[in-house]
Design a protein around this ligand. Sequence first.
Ligand SMILES: [Zn+2]
Length: 630
Amino acid sequence: MRLALLVLILMSIGCEGSKKQESFLHNGDVFRMKSLPEPSGVRTGSGAPGEKYWQQRANHSIQVRLDVETNTIHGNEVITYYNNSPDELSYIWIQLEQNVHREDSIRSREGRSTGEREFQGIHISHLAINRKNAKWQEYCTIAKVLLDEPLLPNNKLELSIEWSFAMPTKASMRMGYDESYEDGPVWELAQWFPTPCVYDDVHGWNTLPYIGRGEFYTNFGDYDVEITVPDNHVVLASGALQNQKIVLTDEQNKRLEEAKRSDKKVIIRSEDELIKNSSGEQTWKFKGKQIRTFAWATSASFIWEAASVEIDTLDGSAKRVLCQVGYPNEESDIWDEGVEYLQHSIKYYSDTMYPYPWPVMSMARGKAGGMEYPMLIFCRGSSHEGLFNVTDHEVGHNWFPMIVNTDERRHAWMDEGFNTFVNHYSLEAFYGEREHKPDVSKYIASKFMHDLKAINTPPDLLKSRRHLSYRKPGYGLRFLREEILGEDRFDEAWKAYIHNWAFKSPRPADFYRAMENGAGVDLQWFFKGFFEETMQLDQAITSVKQNKDGVAITFENLEDWVCPVDVTITCEDGSSHWYKLPVTIWAWSNQHKQTFKLPSKVMKVELDASSAYPDINLANNTWTLRDVKK
Ligand SMILES: [Zn+2]
């Protein structure tokens, strides 16, 4: 069917050049985006939230106890759920993400078990709505809670849940139990408590299951969390510590206060102060304001170091952010600079994107890593540089998706790709002239030309997430900034996107519109070809003819995507001339002929001399006079 159609098109065109591609280009389709959702009062045509924008809110008050004897987590929570939508809700979907480790999870049934053969999942012992027992139906990583009466718009309800689960001990998927340290195991807890799925204006209830590649889409809210652990443990969490005078010694308490004012690292708990055995339990209290989830890490083995860094806030006043690390002694040689890494990244991203809104950033070493949560990251690294790269990346996630709350289950590129993009500049700023390796290797288009899935594909449907969620979108934004829009034009649109969507949830269409509006440039061909579809770029020089007026060059576009043409012409007199032909030269043909006036004979014509373009075939990008003479 498709072949017959292609033959027909080729016959009807019947001209020279690459005929297959003409069928793409002659209808100008590449310049038109697939239809975007209609703008509304919720999401405007300019890519900003509208005056009717709404999102749900879920405040959590949680008490949790880690029983180290049985290695079990016992939780008790009250969630205050606010229905800010215009809709009546007759049920509430909740996340039970730890059930991904169960044998009947989608992940296990795909043959990719996390290795927790004995794992029974989360056991909910009690669930109530407004203090009345409620019914629920579990479907592995999600459950549907039925409401006796619908939750009306602008109303709230109280969801109370008691639950427990045995700590997964083999898996390291975003949380982990690591007993490889002499001074005691490290527990990292993430996605560990039942919480409402997101209900939004685009999909209603977001019930995509937790399989593993797709991370999280969650509600903003305030968290009050009390964590009970053995009294020789330290706890780092997604919040500001509320009872440091109770859980710390007087001396440690003083040091922590000093760290809050100090650029220089302060050791809060040294190796010598680690205590092997506990004499009871202690409860650490944390508050996290306006965060999209809550994670924590605890260990008796944590050496604890901290300092702080000054940043400018939105109103122009200065504030200090506490930067702290917890790691077992075995990691001292690599983690000794951890606090400094956090200081750099918090400052750099605050200065270049949006002020870090929370009072603290912590980093822990255990089995899981790297992984990001608000105010807390889990990192691993086998060298200083490796640890810095992962730290910078996980801190960067505190902007995408912790501040700009994108749907990671559907659009992983909007957090991983955006983050990879900003990491590049943060690393450059950190290392300056010093040599370093990038955190994601260079994007080489020809390597991926057979990987025909669009970037904007849900990550659980992608095989090569590293490529399509990180490298390609990260590179794509750099290309857009450095080659298409220019830094000023890009940065203004980019910053406006971040500021407009801070603490809200944009969709891909909002991003596309925000960039087009802010930069004032039609970018449909760019977003369509590079993010929404699997188009490829192959630009070529097919003919160079010199005459007394200059040189006539024929360029061809041999694949289905288009880009501007970046051409450098070198003349016999040694002069070099650079031209940038706009993308619209491809509007009606895949062949473009242009004459350039030049001072002397042309020796060399080169496309994309700085190798910035995602061209899949570099062999046809250069013409030299010498080649012709041969
Ligand atoms: Zn990431």
